[in-house]
Design a binder for this molecule. Structure first.
Ligand code: NAP
Length: 297
């Protein structure tokens, strides 16, 4: 079994990004600038946004963190997003989820200018990605593809089972794995909460991507020998023995599953750091105005 080490891979890609930013700076070009909106002070969201901002600084990007009270109205939030859409200094915008239940996430994603939508959640970007057109690909699936690429994982002709069908992970992931490219060219099965006898599918999978948010869900009995397993799940489990009071657990029963795998991602240190890389790569693309969108806001 070999680890798909997202932390080490992300560090290597960060060095390349930092070199590119310093070359841009030395030529007097536009320094990539990411804006992040954080609503409320949920501990996990604070950590994720904090890591994104910290990594921006490490590689030389500019960043702006905008904090709003959870009582912010939907119309005020959409107004703030439109202001950022019009701000030529800011290249990319993300709104950290979860957001308060009185605000429709779909309205938020649709209001972000597709040209600044570095999370790739606007339907313009997800639709373009589906049609294999230039687009911002959602950061987590993009990071997973980079990880498979880094480890030269053979995907063509393989059976890939994606567990989870969310718009931000499972669905775009399944499309990327089915695309006519490498990594890709898989035969993909998408499983979800209504799937009956899920093991029937996972046991015939060469590659399993677990993105359901149920800690320890994927057991060894559901995994074939030699499978490649990518664990997207990150759930905080209370752990009084830790200073933080919690530990992170993935969707895979790592101890039991790892010995059966050819490759597997750890949690933490697998998909998480690669998600941040996907976001920063998208921000760099946005700053270079890489894609032309006919219907930008
Ligand atoms: P989500 O929106 O809650 O979607 C979960 C998906 O899993 C749904 O499609 C759901 O099916 C499916 N599901 C739930 N229970 C299931 C079961 N028992 N069997 C099969 N499928 C089941 O979650 P998400 O946003 O995609 O995130 C998934 C996990 O990834 C979470 O732990 C999240 O924290 C983590 N995540 C990690 C990163 C990272 O950077 N590492 C980034 C994003 C998300 P239905 O559609 O039928 O409800």
């Amino acid at each position: 079994m070999k680890l798909l080490d997202g932390k080490a891979t992300a560090e290597a890609i960060k060095k390349d990004l930092a070199l590119e930013v310093s070359a841009i700076k030395s030529k007097g070009g536009k320094v990539p600038h990411l804006a992040a909106i954080l609503i409320g002070n949920d501990g996990a969201s604070e950590t994720y946004v904090g890591s994104k901002v910290k990594t921006c600084h490490e590689i030389g990007f500019d960043s702006t963190l905008l904090r709003f009270d959870p009582s912010i109205s939907e119309s005020e939030l959409l107004h703030q997003i439109r202001e950022i859409n019009r701000n030529p200094e800011i290249d990319g915008l993300i709104v950290q989820s979860p957001i308060p239940s009185h605000i429709a996430f779909s309205k938020v994603t649709e209001t972000i200018d597709p040209a600044k939508d570095v999370d790739g959640f606007n339907p313009v970007n997800s639709g373009r990605m589906m049609q294999n057109l230039p687009a911002f690909v959602a950061a987590t699936p993009k990071g997973i593809v980079s990880l498979l690429e880094h480890y030269k994982i053979e995907t063509s002709g393989k059976h890939c089972v994606v567990i989870g069908r969310s718009n931000i992970v499972g669905m775009p992931m399944s499309i990327l794995m089915a695309r006519n490219s490498w990594p890709g060219n898989c035969t993909v099965t998408i499983c979800h909460s209504k799937t009956v006898n899920l093991e029937k599918y996972t046991l015939s999978a060469d590659i399993i991507i677990a993105a359901l948010g149920k800690p320890g869900f994927l057991k060894a009995s559901a995994v074939a020998d030699g499978a490649v397993v990518v664990d997207v799940g990150i759930t905080r489990i209370a752990d009084p023995s830790r200073k933080s009071g919690f530990r992170l657990q993935g969707d895979v029963d790592f101890e039991q599953v790892a010995p059966k795998c050819s490759y597997i991602t750890p949690v933490p240190g697998g998909v998480g750091p690669m998600t941040i890389i996907g976001l920063l790569q998208n921000t760099l693309l946005a700053s270079k105005r890489s894609f032309q969108f006919a219907n930008s806001n």
